[in-house]
Design a protein around this ligand. Sequence first.
Ligand SMILES: [Zn+2]
Length: 382
Amino acid sequence: MSDVLDLTSDLISRRSVTPEDAGCLPLIGGRLERAGFRVEYLRYGEVDNLWATHGQENQPGSGPTLIFLGHTDVVPSGPEGAWRSPPFEPTVVDGRLYGRGAADMKGSVAAMVVALEQFVATHPHHRGRVGLLLTSDEEGPTNLDGVRRVVEHFRTTGERIDWCVVGEPSSQAKLGDLIRVGRRGSLSATLTVRGVQGHVAYPDQALNPIHAFAPALAELAAERWDEGNGDFPPTSFQVSNLNAGTGANNVIPGTLTALINFRYSTASTAAKLRARAEAILQRHGLDYALQWNLSGEPFLTPPGGVLRETVVAVCRELCGIDPEQSTGGGTSDGRFIAPLGVEVVEVGPVNATIHKANECVALAELEQLPGVYREVCERMLG
Ligand SMILES: [Zn+2]
């Protein structure tokens, strides 16, 4: 059994459903310590995080820092009966390794560890620093005590990071066919529109919030928020929930609630979108309240960025494919690291089975992945 297959299998057999770590981080920390890394465990609330570095101390004037970012937690398996093999028993069938987290993202984490061990063994005096940051709180609903908290800690300790490779499963059909060079922002709100409850037969004595909101909703849905730009598609606005009514067909409801979400590009800002949405509501004379929640700002590693160009070149040469450079998909922990002024690029295995029953990774791609990460180290710091 190869090193990366062995370590991925060991991680899959640990039931690390968020925020449980089930011993994944100490297993990895122990290996990296033996390879000469300084290893720190950062525990916040119920969440374990690991920060391992190798090379020069973090000082002004020392060389650049390249880190790898990943998570050891996984989503629940769902009904085990839907799996052909038990989700927490790593199983190889027809050239694929099955198990929860095989692709998202224990395979990438194992590949990063193997790549880092090999890189520092062959380059004990590489320039700058290499590091690994892992959390067990990426898949949960809040991500409060994972990378978000670690980055707050980094701000107080003055940690400098230049480049970050995230191992999220970015590829679509073949390893390296798509890399993420940024992510859209996500801005949500709960909107409450207030009316006056009454009898449907006496509408002059009531105020129907459904009727009041409908023209504003039409305008919000038709609004062109921006045109996007070279790196991002146009900002999208969606209503995910719309509720009003008592269940009776003779009562005009007193309130209406709507959950809304913007996935927005760097062509807009959260503050501008909020102001424009509120202006529409006000123009329609609505009595409303809005509770906003900004879960992630957009980030972009622009073309010409040295990490972005390096990862593209490595995909071309090692995977034999010219990667699509995308800002699509949901958010990732990269959103917390990028505001430190870090170039962030995401490259990992095929994402076709992530979060599903029978999650798997192709053995050929799993075996290729440490070489991809190691080559990035070689070119950035070798
Ligand atoms: Zn993931």
